[in-house]
Design a binder for this molecule. Structure first.
Ligand code: ZN
Length: 330
């Protein structure tokens, strides 16, 4: 059985090397100097509800560690290297350039740093990496950071085909009206930038229909499609690839057995298997496949998900063919 895998949904800030993050956090006074490694480890894993102050704090904490070129470059390189070690042949690492400008970096420089790190890893290892830049929803409406989101689109356009592969919409899903983001994604569409959107993860399944109106190339999570037959049908008819991240969802409010992934596959949805956040969910791509095996998914089904990911990847056709050859290697 070939074990080559693809991961399309992997956040840089949530997937740092834990020991690197701990040392940096102490050095940079991001946590109290006397914080032990165990306390740090628990702080990053803790979950008191997705929108809790503690949950927001951990996202801020890891972002605070990635505010200069060297750290972003290093973190990106290291994540790509670790993915290669896991046997991942292609991954798309996502981050939000607008979250890394606290110490004076421009969004362009932040994106360039992450691309440079991925390129360094690709020069040393066989893994292929693409970078997704995330628009953020924060505040009560899209007007809160419209300017920053516009800039995210612009800098991504400048680096598309040079390491950047697409856009995403990320942040706290519950507090927004998705339709407010339509003008931004209309611009992205016009510029020909591929994009995915977190939708139907923590928020209502209706967000999936809102997102589909913007014609994304993929949907992040989408698991709340099981709330209503209309959502399942819409996803099925379009055969839109879904970036499912089981451990990430399990950590919030489910267990593996009750996760909707099996039903989604049985209903013919185009499911892919992904990590989301290594340190927040204490998982990786290989573990995701193993956990799914534990709830009864067979090798054939897992392979189908890998082929779905190959089909949905934001890379060029030549790269896709090379990846396909690796996956189908006897
Ligand atoms: Zn995510």
């Amino acid at each position: 059985m070939n074990t080559a895998k693809i991961d399309l949904h992997l956040h840089l800030d949530g997937s740092l090397n834990i020991m690197w993050a701990y040392k940096k956090a102490i050095q940079r006074n991001v946590v109290e100097k006397n914080t032990t490694f165990e306390e740090f480890y628990d702080l990053l894993f803790s979950n008191n509800g997705f929108h809790s102050a503690q949950s927001i704090r951990k996202f801020e904490l890891v972002c605070d560690l990635l505010q200069d070129y060297e750290d972003l470059e290093d973190a990106s390189y290291d994540l790509a290297r670790r993915m290669n070690d896991l046997g991942i042949i292609y991954t798309e690492i996502r981050f939000a350039s607008q979250q890394h400008c606290k110490k004076g970096l421009s969004q362009y420089e932040a994106l360039k740093a992450v691309i440079d790190g991925a390129n360094r890893a690709m020069n040393e290892y066989p893994i292929k990496v693409g970078i997704i830049n995330c628009l953020m929803h924060k505040g009560d409406s899209a007007s809160f950071n419209y300017k920053e989101n516009m800039e995210t689109i612009e800098v991504t356009e400048q680096l598309i085909g040079k390491g950047a592969v697409g856009l995403d919409l990320a942040g706290f899903e519950n507090n927004c009206d998705y339709n407010e983001y339509a003008p931004l994604f209309k611009i992205a569409k016009k510029k020909g930038i591929p994009f995915t959107m977190h939708a139907g993860e923590m928020g209502i399944g209706e967000h999936i229909l809102d997102a589909l109106k913007m014609e994304p190339d993929r949907i992040g999570h989408g698991i709340n499609c099981i709330q209503d037959e209309r959502y399942i049908r819409a996803l099925y008819e379009r055969q839109i690839p879904l970036e499912v991240c089981v451990s990430s969802n399990v950590k919030v409010d489910r267990n593996y057995a009750s996760h909707p992934i099996r039903e989604m596959i049985e209903r013919g949805l185009k499911v892919t298997i992904n990590t989301d956040n290594m340190i927040f969910s204490r998982t990786d791509t290989v573990n995701e496949h193993n956990q799914l095996r534990m709830i009864g998914l067979d090798d054939e089904t897992l392979m189908k998900c890998t082929m779905n990911a190959l089909d949905a990847a934001f890379c060029d056709e030549k790269t896709k063919q090379e990846l396909k050859d690796k996956i189908l290697l006897p």
